[in-house]
Design a protein around this ligand. Structure first.
Ligand code: IGP
Length: 235
């Protein structure tokens, strides 16, 4: 199944991220191995996983191939992809989706990378932080229909060191919907089940969470609290 379909089909659409370090360099794994974390995420019902392979967060390419070999769930490679040859490498390492960061690409760069990803069977995970980036990514014509379009609540310009502005997700949802994506996602800085519940209630079809899930003392407790909050909303 493609990454986007797995997310759209999920009852609890949380993409659970494997990330070795937080933006300050602090370890997020503790004494767990990658296999332990993947097993925890699978047992908790993750529809999809994400792996940060970027150096800032202590990542490596081999983390991606390791995670992909341990799970059947579609895996997103979170790294700064700017060239077509990186797409082929991502697929060969086992990725089902790739991060395309609008703020890092020239306006002319996005259409080719979206097309190249789709040709390889990869879901483009297009990340934006504002309206200008949404326009830069999709204004020139590429269709967002088969793309996840994600608001990053933090800023890569300061290496994600801030706390994250979840109101940014609320503000940008109409502009995301206007791109034609079926799958708007809110990413980064989501640490509390209450925040996750609110974003899903606002209309997000997926959430990407790393630090919050890796730091909680009880992953199942965190997710059960989210499920309870969502169930309370059902009339
Ligand atoms: O750990 P958090 O705050 O839940 O964030 C996850 C994810 O969004 C973050 O790791 C991320 C967002 N954009 C990126 C770009 C590259 C690497 C990593 C990222």
């Amino acid at each position: 199944m493609t990454f986007i379909d797995a997310l759209l089909d999920a009852g609890r659409p949380v993409i659970m991220e494997v990330k070795r370090r937080d933006p300050h360099g602090d370890d997020l794994f503790g004494d767990r191995s990658i296999a332990d974390i993947v097993a925890e995420y699978e047992a908790a019902g993750a529809p999809c996983l994400s792996v940060v392979t970027g150096r800032w967060f202590g990542g490596t390419d081999s983390m991606l191939s390791e995670v992909a070999s341990l799970t059947d769930r579609p895996v997103l490679q979170k790294d700064f992809i700017t060239r077509r040859d990186q797409l082929l490498k991502a697929r060969d390492l086992g990725a089902s989706a790739v991060l395309l960061t609008a703020g890092l690409l020239p306006r002319s760069g996005m259409p080719g990378l979206i097309e190249g990803s789709l040709e390889l069977g990869l879901t483009p995970f297009v990340e934006v932080t504002g309206e200008a980036e949404i326009d830069a990514a999709f204004g020139a014509g590429p269709s967002a229909e088969h793309c996840v379009v994600a608001v990053n609540n933090k800023d890569i310009k300061n290496r994600e060191r801030g706390t994250g502005d979840l109101d940014r997700s609320a503000r940008l949802l109409p502009a995301l919907a206007a791109t034609g994506t079926r799958c708007p996602v809110s990413a980064s800085g989501i640490t509390k089940p209450q925040d996750a519940d609110r974003l899903l209630a606002e209309g997000y079809r997926g959430l990407l969470i790393g630090t919050g899930l890796l730091r909680t003392t009880s992953l199942t407790g965190w997710l059960a609290e989210l499920d309870d909050l969502r169930n309370m909303r059902v009339p």
